[in-house]
Write a protein that binds this ligand. Sequence first.
Ligand code: AKG
Length: 284
Amino acid sequence: MHPRITISPELREWILATTRAGHGVPDVLRLMKENGYDPRQSRSIVAEVLKLPLAALLASADKTAPPGLRTKHPEAPDVTIDGHTIHVSLSVDTPMLRVLEGILTEQECIELIELAQPRLQRALTVDSDGKNQVDHRRTSEGMFFTLNELPLIGRIEQRLAALLDVPVNHGEGLQILHYLPGQEYEPHYDWFDPELPGFGAVTAVGGQRIASVVMYLNTPEQGGGTAFPEIGLTVTARRGSAVYFAYEGGDHSSLHAGLSVLRGEKWIATKWLRERPYRGQRQA
Ligand SMILES: O=C(O)CCC(=O)C(=O)O
């Protein structure tokens, strides 16, 4: 989980003074970049100081961000890929979020669970130094497939790549998570906080994460939805559907949580996408 960014009083005052003096946000972002600030971090800082929605600053991204890929956001009502039709049942702009129905077939969900089951281990998170750690906030069990490990995995990766217009090699290995009653994943961001000491290490290969796709492999009897507390949205976990959300620029509205499973169990497959090709190790 990323704590909210800390902004020094001097920087806060400089941003306010510069905008009061008549300079626009693009000027502020450009000056910050010239002074060594990471453009994504600058956008989050400026959004917070000026109380602007981060999305409003993304228009400035083209001028300030280093080249990095963004995802294409699927538009309603239907997207057909290789004969497989995916229905966009909900679209949100901030964070950029889509609920996707029919991303996986029932048979694909069953096979993924069967393949993952014997390889499950306590799920980890990335600590502030960039190392994997056991974390009380994430109590599920999980495993990773490597890229294109099996024909089924390759097929799903190709489908996501075509849907989101991101090459397969920008994806981290598909992660399967299994939650039992009472297990959950507390609110967190999937992007890496540029202010944490491990940022350089976790982004050295592939750069920053730009989007997540959480695919539901079963329908829990009760509970287990994915909550987005900043916007008051809970996506119901339903076999074969998914929630996709993009957070280019470190969007705080992408805060999300795997809600506690109240009855039954919950299985998901998560795909994290990077701005550049990623050939690295497992990340939680
Ligand atoms: O379990 C969920 O619904 C969300 C999973 C999640 O947040 C994650 O894997 O990053």
